[in-house]
Design a protein around this ligand. Structure first.
Ligand SMILES: [Zn+2]
Ligand SMILES: [Zn+2]
Length: 276
């Protein structure tokens, strides 16, 4: 029996409830940034890695921190040819016997650099890959690598986006964001840090150009317009020299509110295993 003083109005009770939900889709970033990218997703018994930009030993060790065995991964899916996403793809295949999925252009570009590949399965940008009950929809992005793609992973009614190396906030990106329950969203650079930093002008132009990366401000603007917003956002692919995790988070919170669930994917460590 609740004493009258402890009774609450309906609004209070609802507000006091923890945000409880159960999702069978789990994900963690094993690393995110121009020093190497690899994201793990599991759902409905299917285990996937997105990109292979960290060493096999790092990928294996960081998965083991979450009691996951890299040998149990069903597929490694590559977003585009750049080394921070593909460097160790050959090692993952040869050491852990993992099939590799990539576009023909990515295959052609990485072939000389990743050693012998025995199991490559190709797809075209905009294709949807299916792994039992899990689907991976690929979205063509205007990043400066042929056939560069972002991903939407769907299972059991949950949708997770892996949106990095985006080029610029292209048409359809905001719409794709609005359908997601959670997203790894590129927030690569702070415009002032890039402008005043030591990079050569040519490289600065490439980063902020149409085929480069999206800034903190551009990512915020995408999320500001996105309603309903994803349940959480992992700011991803942060630049070491042109950004800072706290600055990126503050830039987002200034617009999206302090309470909005944001975290920054680390350039050095695995994140927690998080529900989508
Ligand atoms: Zn990258
Ligand atoms: Zn790239």
């Amino acid at each position: 029996m609740i004493a009258p003083s402890q009774q609450k109005g309906l609004g209070d009770v609802v507000a006091a409830l923890p945000i409880a939900y159960t999702s069978n889709m789990l994900t963690c970033s094993l690393q995110s940034g121009s020093n190497g990218n690899c994201i793990y997703v599991e759902a409905a018994g299917v285990r996937l890695l997105f990109d292979a930009g960290i060493s096999g030993r790092q990928a294996r060790g960081r998965l083991a921190q979450h009691d996951r065995d890299i040998h149990d991964v069903d597929a490694v899916i590559l977003s585009h040819r750049h080394g921070d996403h593909t460097r160790c793809a050959g090692v993952y295949q040869r050491s852990y016997n993992l099939p590799l999925y990539m576009t023909p252009a990515t295959h052609l570009a990485i072939k000389p650099f990743v050693g012998k590949l025995t199991d490559v399965r190709t797809f075209q940008p905009r294709d949807t890959l299916t792994f039992g009950p899990v689907s991976v929809h690929t979205i063509a992005t205007p990043h400066d690598a042929a056939e560069s793609v972002a991903f939407v992973i769907s299972a059991e009614g949950r949708h997770l986006g892996i949106f990095t190396d985006l080029g610029h906030p292209f048409r359809d990106l905001a719409g794709a964001l609005a359908d997601l329950h959670a997203v790894y969203l590129e927030s690569n650079y702070d415009a002032v840090m890039l402008a005043t930093g030591g990079y050569p002008e040519e490289l600065k132009a490439r980063i902020r150009g149409d085929g480069g990366h999206i800034s903190n401000d551009e990512a915020v603007e995408l999320l500001r317009r996105c309603l309903p917003r994803p349940k959480w956002v992992a700011l991803s692919h942060l630049s070491e020299h042109n950004n800072d995790p706290n600055l990126a988070l503050e830039t987002h919170r200034a617009t999206l509110g302090q309470a909005y669930p944001l975290w920054a994917a680390s350039r050095y460590r695995a994140s927690d295993l998080t529900e989508v």
